[in-house]
Design a protein around this ligand. Structure first.
Ligand code: SF4
Length: 414
């Protein structure tokens, strides 16, 4: 299913609650169904919510717009506080729906203004969401999965293993929690200007839920963000990049991290399936769909691994080939991210001098390559440090701990 579908996702609306309109009209005397049987309205993008009002509640479609404004603009989740809805409609909503946001397990503020939330998704799993304020903008880094299955070697999330995909409600719920905390008023006082799907998980491995959540982020009745202000970051799931291009116009970021297949396959195992050439070709197709689209390539700099002048030169060749293919100079943007160490990792951050030298080589070749400032370091909210709490179905966490213990024993023996 795509975000343009007018069909209601059968998994989202419990068929037992799909009562005919005349029965729905008597709903104000009915008892609300248990929470698990009711539809979480956070799961529905605009067209689905309109369908829900028409098909399930027997109401006019425009009523859905009123409810979206209550939820996403005023942060109200109780139907009895939605005062411009009639009493009977509120009772019907109570019976068939609820608005359930993730629970805040804790939140922490960094000295630099960065804010991190640990959000409980179910009794055993929690994910992290981070807000990063900067001059004239506020960016929220949102998670798409509990853990991640892709096992990129330098990533803290990967060491936690993988449990499950997040639902649309659990993804948009992160935006809601942050926006409410910030007092964000869409279209007026925007504290939240950008969303990056760069938190825990591979967004394209949870395609339908991510696309639907991004549609709510961009909807005027949701968070009203422009397409280019919503960025999806992928490790390179090539067929899904093409699929994304068919349904969405969001900005694309690709976690590249290495300029050749040998090194990239070591750092990002997904590269063994979709190599660099294939990945860059899919990025070219994504950029060519719409004139002026640029693609950002994320490059985490790791000391002695991918930070040498030869790597920079290879990277320049790759990026220039991309620019030529889309016939636009500067279409390939590179974000340099100095590695943020986490406990047990074997990788290190390069020296500032090495980072500057790498950047200079790119700049001298005409590439735009800003170095991302480390933010939220004091609260472990920097790039690549998100962990959450994951019930690991992959046993990777146990394996990681075993490797760390072995390394430590080896170090002690040496
Ligand atoms: S870098 Fe992204 S895709 Fe790779 S393991 Fe970490 S969260 Fe998953």
């Amino acid at each position: 299913m795509t975000n343009t579908s007018r069909d209601i996702d059968a998994t989202l609306i419990d068929t037992a609650s799909a009562v005919p309109a005349d029965a729905a009209a008597r709903a104000d005397v009915a008892v609300a169904a248990p929470e698990a049987k009711r539809t979480n309205l956070f799961d529905l993008e605009r067209v689905q919510l309109e369908d829900f009002f028409e098909q399930v509640l027997g109401e006019k479609r425009y009523r859905a717009h009123q409810v979206m404004k209550w939820i996403h603009h005023r942060y109200v989740t109780e139907f009895d506080q939605m005062t411009d809805l009639g009493k009977a409609l509120r009772a019907k909503l109570e019976q068939h729906a609820h608005v359930h946001a993730p629970s805040v397990v804790f939140d922490k503020a960094s000295e630099d203004g960065t804010h991190k939330w640990l959000l409980g998704m179910d009794p055993k799993n929690a994910i992290e969401t981070v807000y990063i304020p900067d001059k004239g903008r506020g960016t929220l880094c949102v998670s798409s999965q509990v853990g991640c299955a892709l096992n990129c070697q330098f990533c803290s999330t990967a060491t936690q293993g993988f449990n499950r995909n997040l639902s649309t409600a659990e993804i948009i719920g992160q935006v809601w929690v942050a926006a409410r905390h910030l007092g964000n008023v869409p279209h007026q006082q925007r504290k939240l200007t950008n969303v990056v799907m760069m938190g825990m998980g591979e967004p394209l491995a949870n395609f339908d839920n991510v696309v639907r959540a991004m549609s709510i982020m961009r909807d005027d009745l949701g968070y009203g963000l422009a397409n280019k202000r919503v960025t999806l970051s992928t490790a390179g799931m090539v067929p899904m990049i093409d699929k994304l291009g068919e349904v969405s116009d969001v900005s694309l970021a690709v976690s590249l991290h290495a300029p050749n297949d040998d090194l990239r396959s070591e750092l990002v195992p997904l590269n063994k399936k979709y190599g660099i050439e294939e990945l860059v070709e899919s990025c070219v197709r994504y950029a060519l769909r719409k004139a002026g689209t640029s693609v950002t390539f994320e490059y985490t700099l790791m000391k002695g691994v991918n930070d040498q002048p030869a790597h920079a030169r290879e990277l320049v060749r790759l990026m220039k080939a991309f620019d030529r293919a889309v016939q636009m100079k500067g279409a390939a943007k590179i974000n340099l991210i100095p590695f943020n160490p986490f406990p047990g990792t074997r990788f290190e951050r390069p020296t500032d001098q090495a980072i500057r030298a790498f950047q200079k080589l790119l700049n001298d070749s005409g590439m735009i390559a800003p170095v991302r400032r480390t933010r939220g370091d004091d609260i472990d909210a920097a790039c690549g440090q998100l962990k959450g709490q994951v019930m690991d179905r992959t046993r990777r966490n146990a394996e990681f701990r075993k490797q760390v213990a072995q390394r430590e024993r080896g170090d002690a023996a040496a």
